[in-house]
Design a protein around this ligand. Structure first.
Ligand code: AR6
Length: 170
């Protein structure tokens, strides 16, 4: 059974165990998908986020999902793209890996990822997608706990890129 899916649309609408948030180090909200998730989850999300003491780039922390359809939000912090010589690729891969590890620690089986770092943080979309797919695919080979991973794309460009990389696998 293929455990990877591609979905185009708003991640806040998805009914999964956890959606991943492309947050910043403060975990106190922002624009892009982070803003959308906080708006949809309601203000209790921010209250819980304030207790987490932020998050390092490449790491991930979990909260409840509050008014979201998803039971949990896994907040991760992608790298700001700065030309590619500052370990951006390694940090981006770590976001996907750590989010999946947090999911497993909490016995979560279905998880949806946005295209971390490819908006405000400026990561080139093609490169980011390759890293996302490879990291998730490699991880799934090592763990049967996760039943479904959804790559949630929001724009046509990312949709075309993911469709091309995932090919007939989806
Ligand atoms: N559902 C799914 N994907 C979305 C949604 C949505 N509702 N809205 C935007 N995207 P970005 P980053 C896509 O900028 O680059 C925030 O201010 C968007 O099209 O949200 O990691 C944080 O607080 C893009 O493909 O996140 C940080 O400061 C992808 O989500 C900073 O932005 C990521 O774009 C993080 O920047």
């Amino acid at each position: 059974m293929n455990r990877i899916e591609l979905y185009k649309g708003d991640i806040t609408k998805l009914q999964v165990d956890a959606i991943v948030n492309a947050a910043n180090k403060t975990l106190l909200g922002g624009g892009g998908v982070d803003g959308a998730i906080h708006r949809a989850a309601g203000k209790e999300l921010l209250t819980e986020c304030r207790t987490l003491n932020g998050c390092e780039t490449g790491n991930a922390k979990k909260t409840q999902g509050y008014l979201l359809h998803a039971a949990f939000v896994i907040h991760t912090v992608g790298p700001v793209y700065n030309g590619g010589k500052y370990n951006e690729a390694k940090k981006l891969a770590s976001c996907y890996k750590r989010s999946l590890e947090v999911a497993i620690e909490n016995k979560l089986e279905t998880i949806a990822f946005p295209n971390i770092s490819t908006g405000i943080y400026g990561y080139p979309k093609q490169e980011a997608a390759k890293i996302a797919v490879k990291t998730v695919t490699d991880f799934l080979k090592t763990s049967a706990t996760i039943k479904k991973v959804i790559f949630c794309v929001f724009d046509d460009e990312n949709y075309a890129i993911y469709k091309n990389i995932l090919g007939n696998d989806i």
